[in-house]
Design a binder for this molecule. Structure first.
Ligand SMILES: Nc1ncnc2c1ncn2[C@@H]1O[C@H](COP(=O)(O)OP(=O)(O)OP(=O)(O)O)[C@@H](O)[C@H]1O
Ligand SMILES: CC(=O)N[C@H]1[C@@H]2OC[C@@H](O2)[C@@H](O)[C@@H]1O[C@H](C)C(=O)O
Length: 368
């Protein structure tokens, strides 16, 4: 276990949108952010993405070797470019997530990665939380607390991650630790970019609706939006989390619409899901800081700004890096695991008591 001192940790995240691996260095003692370091990105090739896509929904077992090979080799390639890292936080690729059912599955072999990099690797961050009754997600909220303190926030604020799935964290920066009662409330809001990506891939062979160019030309179809908001998920109190494809029915709701109207409606659904989620905040936030790829979609940002009564801004407005926040989060969580500190709490995953997820693998030469 690490002593109290700060370390340079390297976090790596392969998100639900399957675009690639993000990696970022963070100097932290597991409580405070002392400094941000360099970062990098390794995109998946078309072929690699197809292999990963084919593995979505799968649980550990035979047949995953090609997908595992993609994850391991992409991570080794990217993470070897950070020789200064003292510890690695390796999220892996979520293939399936059913916290009240079969569990949660992040593909990746932390022991093999530790061996390949010659560094200790913290991995399997979500299982312990799930086995103790938590949702296993979202896990970035403890880092959001550290970010809120780092930027000098004095009033409650929200972090909104618009990735493949959306997740919202309400944080009270006056709390002394992230696990303190009332410090955090976090949950997945609903689908964000994943269904939009799926729509434009299916209809137009595109990766995403870049800059909302398609949605901008369309109009939100209210009937489809209402049917979407009828989903039981939105009435559920937090904590709650989602699998990437839990809302694949969305594609059916827009099937009859033109490409532009379908894109506008799906963008509207992602924004409306966030607005529903905001109603769960214990107190109105002073601002909503948006991270993840969705913050680059001006149509989505405009819809959010129109629907919420506080400023909605990309995290860059507060000096943070919205492309790397999740990778930094897993660097932060890795240090917390190594120091024996919790990484989730009742307010973030619904787990009964604060819990430290993640296991540590060390390369054989430095074992013990
Ligand atoms: N300029 C842009 N215009 C529109 N959408 C964009 C733009 N840039 C990124 N995106 C969307 O953001 C997605 C990537 O977001 P991000 O990297 O936050 O997802 P992720 O980390 O894989 O997901 P998650 O947080 O759910 O694990 C892209 O797949 C795309 O849909
Ligand atoms: C099971 C899983 O991998 N969930 C992801 C996903 O992507 C966004 C949202 O759904 C969030 O719950 C989580 O990721 C972020 C990094 C988190 O744990 O905070």
């Amino acid at each position: 276990m690490l002593k109290d001192g700060a370390v340079w940790a390297l976090g790596a995240m392969s998100g639900t949108s399957l675009d690639g691996v993000d990696a970022a260095m963070l100097h932290t003692d597991g409580l405070r952010i002392l400094d941000f370091g360099t970062s990098g990105y390794r995109a998946y090739s078309e072929g690699e993405r197809a292999v990963l896509r084919a593995a979505l929904g799968r649980w550990p077992g035979a047949g995953l070797e090609p997908a595992l090979e993609v994850i391991q080799s992409a991570h080794v390639e990217l993470l070897s470019q950070f020789p200064g890292a003292q510890l690695v936080g390796f999220h892996g690729q979520t293939l399936a997530h059913e916290p009240r059912g079969r569990g949660t599955h992040q593909l990746g072999d932390g022991a093999a990665l530790a061996q390949a990099l010659g560094k200790p690797v913290v991995w399997d961050f979500r299982s312990a939380d799930v086995s103790l009754g938590g949702e296993g997600a979202p896990l970035a909220p403890f880092f959001h607390w550290a970010c809120a303190r780092h930027i000098g926030a004095t009033k409650p604020l929200c972090f909104l991650n618009l990735g493949g799935v959306g997740n919202l964290t309400w944080v009270d920066p006056r709390a002394e630790t992230p696990e303190a009662e009332g410090a955090l409330l976090a949950f997945d809001t609903g689908p964000a970019n994943a269904p939009i990506n799926d729509l434009v891939a299916e209809r137009l062979g595109l990766d995403c609706d870049l800059d909302g160019r398609l949605a901008r030309k369309g109009r939100v179809e209210d009937g489809a939006l209402e049917l979407f908001l009828d989903e039981g998920f939105f009435r559920k109190m937090p904590p709650k989390s989602l699998d990437r494809d839990d809302f694949s029915l969305m594609l059916d709701l827009v099937r009859e619409l033109s490409d532009a109207d379908a894109a506008a409606t799906m963008t509207g659904m992602a924004a409306a899901a966030v607005m529903q989620g905001m109603e769960h905040c214990p107190k109105p936030p002073a601002r909503v800081l948006v991270t993840g790829g969705g913050r680059k979609n001006p149509v989505m940002m405009r819809m959010l700004a129109a629907g919420l009564d506080c400023p909605v801004e990309p995290v860059e407005k507060a000096g943070l890096d919205g492309d790397m926040l999740e990778a930094q989060a897993f660097a932060y969580l890795a240090v917390r695991v190594a120091r024996g500190l919790p990484t989730s709490a009742p307010g973030t995953t619904g787990v009964a008591a604060p819990v430290g997820g993640g296991q540590i693998s060390r390369p054989e030469s430095v074992q013990g």
